[in-house]
Design a protein around this ligand. Structure first.
Ligand code: AHG
Ligand code: MN
Ligand code: MN
Length: 347
């Protein structure tokens, strides 16, 4: 049952409504948008837990704009989030990992004041082998005039302007973790009730990190600064005592991030020379790095691309990739120091 010591049961709807009173001029649109995303999470979760039994496993045979194989569950999650949000009148425009361009609100529906960016299913390569996957969402206020079609400019906003962000993780249990800038709160899906119940109020990432997460196979492609930094994570060189970190990396950003958020740690996906087309690493700014950076900072952690705060990066394109170091604040600062010292001022 929920860990809140009062023993009371708080549904996510109740919690979101309570958050609303921090915003006197709130119209309820953001509250309802967050409700809708919680419903998306329930629907996607219902498919993920049956994945082995229904025809949602495997690949569609298609490739997305990223040049990646689209899994059936990617497509299902993408359609679910779009269809639950395209007609509500709360959004001006959407952006998804699975769509080359921004997704307009169909002309027959009213537009609203928010912008939704999402990675419908993160960690897709893990679906068929029953490893946790997730969905990530980021919410901005539109910049273009109300009542007009949303624009690319509405989408290309720095993470510091996020009004809300969160993820749903489909693991041993289904959890929704979100923040509207008033701390980070975790809810666990009670399948009997069909409700997300508050289980992790006010998440703060532990002072002492336990894990570091990186794909060690890419070591031959890292810069000198990244090599020295990962070595530091392993040896704690220069520290009065060993860092004592264990390596945990399961190839699902949401799952690796969630574990490190709760237990303390640092996830990094550095820039590498593996693929000349992706010099900035693999992860995307708008619907992976920035929303998780928002949560990390709200929980007392940090997120950097190795040179600057993730939330300060002004996106130039919808699928822009960035190197990502996220989680423990001191270990993020160390990443910047090593890269500055051994890779120079750099680009
Ligand atoms: P997605 O499934 O949305 O494309 O994201 C996969 C990402 C991220 O979840 C994970 O951290 C990373 O890919 C793993 O990449 P590598 O296999 O290159 O380590
Ligand atoms: Mn992803
Ligand atoms: Mn994805």
């Amino acid at each position: 049952m929920p860990s809140s010591n009062s023993g009371q049961i708080t549904t996510i709807e109740r919690h979101i409504l309570d958050q609303q009173h921090h915003y006197p001029d709130a119209s309820g649109a953001l509250t309802n948008l967050l409700y809708d995303l919680a419903l998306c999470g329930k629907i996607i979760a219902s498919k993920v837990i049956q994945a082995g039994l229904m025809d949602v496993l495997g690949k569609t045979g298609l490739q997305n704009v990223q040049g990646e194989e689209v899994q059936k569950l990617d497509e299902f999650a993408d359609e679910t989030i779009f269809k639950l949000n395209d007609h509500t009148g709360r959004l001006a425009v959407m952006g998804s990992e699975e769509h080359d361009e921004i997704i307009p609100i169909p002309k027959k529906y009213k537009t609203g004041k928010y912008v939704l960016l999402y990675d419908p299913l993160d960690g897709s390569s893990n679906i068929d082998v029953n490893v946790s996957v997730g969905s990530i969402f980021a919410i901005f206020k539109r910049k273009s005039p109300e009542g007009t079609p949303g624009t690319l400019e509405d989408v290309l906003q720095p993470g510091r302007d996020l009004v809300a962000a969160g993820y749903i993780i489909y693991g041993s249990s289904t959890m929704l973790v979100y923040s509207t800038g008033q701390g980070v709160h975790g809810f666990t899906l009670n399948r009997m009730l069909g409700e997300f119940l508050l289980s992790h109020p006010n998440i703060r990432t532990p002072e002492k990190p336990k894990y570091y997460s990186v794909n060690q196979a890419y070591e031959p492609y890292w810069s000198p600064g990244v090599l020295r930094y990962v070595r530091y994570l392993q040896t704690g060189e220069g520290e009065p005592e060993k860092l004592g970190l264990s390596l945990r990396y399961i190839g699902s950003l949401v799952a690796d991030f969630h574990r490190n958020l709760l237990n303390g740690g640092l996830f990094c996906y550095p820039a590498d020379r593996k693929d000349p087309k992706k010099p900035g690493g693999k992860l995307r700014l708008l619907y992976e790095a920035a929303p998780l950076a928002f949560l990390a900072e709200q929980a007392g952690g940090a997120a950097t691309d190795g040179r600057q705060r993730i939330l300060d990066i002004a996106p130039a394109s919808l699928h822009q990739r960035v190197p990502l170091y996220i989680g423990d604040k001191k270990l993020c600062e160390k990443a910047e120091q090593y890269i500055q010292k051994y890779d120079g001022a750099g680009a």
